[in-house]
Write a new protein. Structure first.
Length: 258
């Protein structure tokens, strides 16, 4: 099954409308970035109506105009980071979302940032676990987001191991990991037990996953062979600007849908 990331797909509609559009165009689940401007009740109603699951939402990124791209690994901003985690976990629980992606943010002093990151994640796990919500952390490439604290999957694995909670998993975003590291099949296999969600997009342009340097038809089959049976998130920017124009890849991948 493939999940439509509504932060990039069907963005010409409001969030409930985008959920309906994703279902109508063949997706089996949805995910989004920051849904907080829409009442949770309206989102839950659209999910119930369509039978769709919300796979993940993100914590708020902070002040984007000021350079923020997440808060959880920023020393001195723990109160903001934990407020963002509480907001996301509460919203996720209300709509039945499976995961919250806790955005780390940009860091300069890696050691200090990592210590704060781990403590904030422990706080988040204590909050999310009893509500049936999982947390994700995501390595993000530093070409798109310069200075992002978490950029390599081995670093993410070390963080997950150090936090030591079954609530915390890795977002395996093939686009970001291909840019930073490559060798996607072997890296997935090495970290399979820590992976909580998978995302795809064309590399290097972040368009539909039917072109570029990653052969996703083969990669998806490999991930399935390695035991991944969860949704695969389509988080890309449509080439034409209109989601419907580029969905041929989804029909082509029908054999990989649950």
């Amino acid at each position: 099954m493939f999940s439509a990331n509504l932060g990039m797909l069907f963005t010409d509609r409001d969030l409930p409308g985008a959920i309906r559009a994703a279902r109508n165009h063949g997706f089996g689940a949805v995910e989004c970035h920051w849904p907080y401007g829409v009442a949770a009740e309206a989102v839950r109603a659209a999910l119930d109506e369509t039978g769709m699951e919300m796979v993940s939402i993100n914590t708020v990124p902070g002040e984007r105009a000021g350079g923020d791209f997440g808060l959880a690994a920023l020393p001195g901003r723990e109160l903001e980071a934990r407020a963002a985690i509480r907001q996301a976990v509460d919203y996720a629980a209300r709509i039945g979302a499976r995961h919250v992606h806790v955005m780390a943010g940009r860091s300069t002093d890696h050691e200090a940032a990592e210590a704060v990151f781990r403590e904030n994640l422990r706080y988040g796990c204590d909050l999310a676990g009893p509500q049936g919500v999982g947390l994700l952390i995501e390595p993000i490439n530093r070409r798109d987001v310069a200075g992002y604290h978490l950029a390599h999957i081995e670093q993410a694995a070390a963080t997950v191991a150090a936090v030591g909670s079954d609530c915390l998993r890795i977002m395996f975003d093939c686009y970001h990991l291909q840019i930073m590291q490559g060798d996607l099949i072997r890296r997935f296999e090495a970290h399979r037990e820590m992976v909580g969600h998978v995302q795809i997009a064309g590399v290097p342009d972040r368009h539909e996953p039917d072109g570029g340097e990653v052969h996703y038809a083969n990669l998806v089959k490999a991930l399935r062979r390695l035991g991944w049976d969860g949704p695969i998130g389509a988080e890309y920017r449509p080439r034409s600007g209109r989601t419907e124009d580029g969905l041929g890849w989804l029909a082509a991948f029908q054999g990989e849908r649950a």
